[in-house]
Design a protein around this ligand. Structure first.
Ligand code: GLA
Length: 395
């Protein structure tokens, strides 16, 4: 679906539920991360781009004083949220947690929205590792800005949405997803230093190269504890290395401390987590360099190596994403595949593939067919260009 179709649908759903036309269309994209995985919360580098998949909210002033009413098309349910006081989180995490959490954190930041009603539509696949939740948060924050007649600094906006995710969805995420959804640029990926928030915008606009996203359509997060466990392993590694963040350590320091770390309870695992981080930092730098030179084969090699490290040292891949990457690698350069790796938090979700534009569709179809034959699961795939971040259309 194109952005225009999605916004047109949002207008139509708004008219059907509330009558008339919306005043605002707030949109925010999902993302893929090209490389730099599980590095943001360690103060490292990430390299995401926004994708041409969005959450869109069509809304207008009105409804109950002091309240927002939002209808989710996906869940076919309307919920109300206070615009006067910070509501506490619900125990069970639902779409309302992201919406209510973002509104609550925006109120806390001093935004004072007038009452509004709206409808939420999205074509970012849920649970596909493409940041459907960050796109929802950033779309809500963009709408609340409009309804308040006040814009906040985009970095503040990303932080506000991250806070909503921490406090209302109980997910101790890093900053990458909200940051790129708020600040993505068309035709460009973002090399972001998650310690200083300094960012470099790197063109990814060669007409012969595309980013292919293949969703394994599996989700293995059973308890939800995997992500926080990785974070605390990294925090422990930093502590043992005597630094605040793993970003402040280097490979020599890790090699020197290996014995001490491995003598700890779970030390082998903690060592491997830190090794993933430090090698991923190097891969990310080399990947960015290769992209700038237009050496896509070299960039692709870093992607494969990154996947291997996420599999062996970080243990966040799964048989399905491993298989997708393996199938992509088997097709290789002669079939237009430069490189592939899992993207996002892991345990299922999507893989990102750097590919030749002409050859990508045939390669994707072959990967999809073989994946389905081996797993019995139908994957979904699409090709995307780097998209612009959050936007507001006033009607
Ligand atoms: C999730 C989190 C991000 C980041 C990635 C892994 O998407 O929301 O902050 O940590 O996992 O790179």
């Amino acid at each position: 679906m194109s952005f225009e179709q999605l916004t047109e649908n949002a207008r139509r759903v708004y008219a059907a539920r509330f009558g008339g036309a919306p005043r605002w269309l707030a949109a925010a994209p999902g993302r893929v991360n090209l490389i730099g995985e599980h590095t943001d919360y360690n103060g490292g580098f990430v390299f995401p781009m926004a994708i041409e998949r969005y959450t869109v909210i069509a809304a207008a002033p009105g409804g109950t004083p002091g309240r927002a009413a939002l209808y989710s098309e996906i869940f076919d349910r309307t919920s109300e949220f206070s615009l006067l006081e910070k509501e506490p989180p619900a125990e069970k995490v639902d779409w309302e947690s992201y919406v209510g959490g973002t509104i609550a954190c925006a109120l806390e930041k001093g935004l004072r929205p007038e009452p509004f009603r709206g409808v939420i539509l999205s074509d970012v696949p849920l649970g596909g590792g493409l940041s459907s939740s960050a796109s929802l948060e950033v779309a809500v924050a963009t709408l609340v800005e409009a309804a308040s007649g006040r814009q906040i600094d985009p970095v503040e906006k990303a932080l506000l949405c991250q806070k909503a995710e921490h406090e209302y969805a109980f997910m101790p995420c890093g900053i990458m997803d909200q940051f790129i959804s708020a600040m993505g640029e068309e035709g460009r990926a973002m090399l972001l230093d998650c310690r200083s928030f300094e960012r470099q915008s790197v063109p990814l606009d060669n007409p012969n190269v595309v980013v292919l996203v293949i969703n394994s359509n599996v989700k293995h997060t059973l308890s939800g504890s995997e992500y926080p466990e990785r974070r605390s392993d990294c925090a422990r590694a930093a502590e043992l290395l005597g630094v605040e963040l793993l970003r402040d350590a280097d490979s020599e320091a890790l090699a020197a401390a290996r014995g001490t770390i491995e003598a700890e309870p779970n030390g082998g695992r903690i060592f491997r987590r830190a090794r993933h981080f430090l090698t991923e930092e190097e891969r990310t730098a080399r990947f960015a360099e290769a992209l700038r030179r237009g050496d896509y084969a070299a960039a692709g090699r870093e992607m494969y190596a990154g996947h291997a490290s996420l599999k062996e040292d970080y243990e966040v891949t799964c048989p399905e994403t491993d298989l997708l990457v393996e199938l992509a690698a088997q097709l290789g350069l002669e079939n237009g595949i430069y490189g592939a790796r899992m993207t996002g938090g892991g345990f299922g979700g999507s893989v990102v593939v750097l590919a030749d534009r002409e050859k990508a569709p045939a390669a994707a179809a072959r990967i999809a067919a073989e994946y389905e034959a081996k797993t019995g699961i139908k994957p979904s795939w699409f090709v995307t260009r780097p998209a612009a971040g959050a936007r507001l259309i006033e009607e």
